[in-house]
Unconditional design. Structure first.
Length: 154
C-alpha cells in the first residue's frame, strides 16, 4: 500500500472512530485500538493518541511499527532552520557585517498559538468616550429630575 493510501486509510479510520465515539459508544481498554486490513497485515489506529501503525507478521511474531508523522517532522525541520537563520543573522550583525541582499533583519514571528491583542484606534476610543459622556449626562439629568420631584412632593 502506498504512503498516500496509508494516510487516506488512517484518515478514514480516525473519522470512523470519532463518529463511533460521538454515538456514545463506551470507551474502555478493548476499544482503544481500531484495526483495518492492509496488504500484508493491518493498519492500527490508537484512539487515544491518534498514532497510526502498520502491524505485520514477522519471523518472531506480530509486530507493529508506528507510521512517521511527516507533518510533525516537517514542522520541526522548519523551526530548526528558522532558529539557525536567526542565529546566523545575529552573528553577521554582531560582526558589523551587512546582511546579504534581499535579506531583511530579524522580525518578530507572530505565532497562531500565541494570544494577540489588538488595541482600539483613536477614532474608536473617541466614539466610546462620546457615548460614555452622553450616558453620564443623562444619568445626572435623571438624578436631578428625581431630586426635584422629591422636593415638590409633600
Amino acid at each position: 500500500m502506498t504512503r498516500m493510501g496509508l494516510v487516506v486509510l488512517a484518515f478514514a479510520v480516525a473519522l470512523a472512530t470519532s463518529s463511533a465515539r460521538a454515538q456514545g459508544g463506551p470507551e474502555n481498554e478493548d476499544s482503544r485500538f481500531t484495526f483495518h486490513r492492509a496488504d500484508d497485515g493491518y493498519v492500527r489506529l490508537d484512539g487515544r493518541s491518534g498514532e497510526v501503525s502498520i502491524c505485520a507478521r514477522r519471523s518472531t511474531g506480530w509486530a507493529c511499527q508506528v507510521v512517521p508523522d511527516e507533518r510533525a517532522a516537517l514542522e520541526a525541520e522548519i523551526a530548526r532552520l528558522q532558529s539557525d537563520n536567526v542565529a546566523l543573522k545575529r552573528d553577521l550583525l554582531a560582526r558589523n557585517l551587512p546582511l546579504p541582499g534581499g535579506v531583511r533583519g530579524e522580525q518578530p514571528v507572530v505565532r497562531s498559538d500565541e494570544p494577540h491583542i489588538s488595541l482600539p484606534s483613536d477614532a474608536e476610543l473617541n466614539r466610546v468616550m462620546t457615548f460614555m459622556e452622553k450616558v453620564w449626562r443623562r444619568m445626572v439629568e435623571m438624578i436631578v429630575a428625581t431630586q426635584k420631584d422629591m422636593m415638590k412632593s409633600p
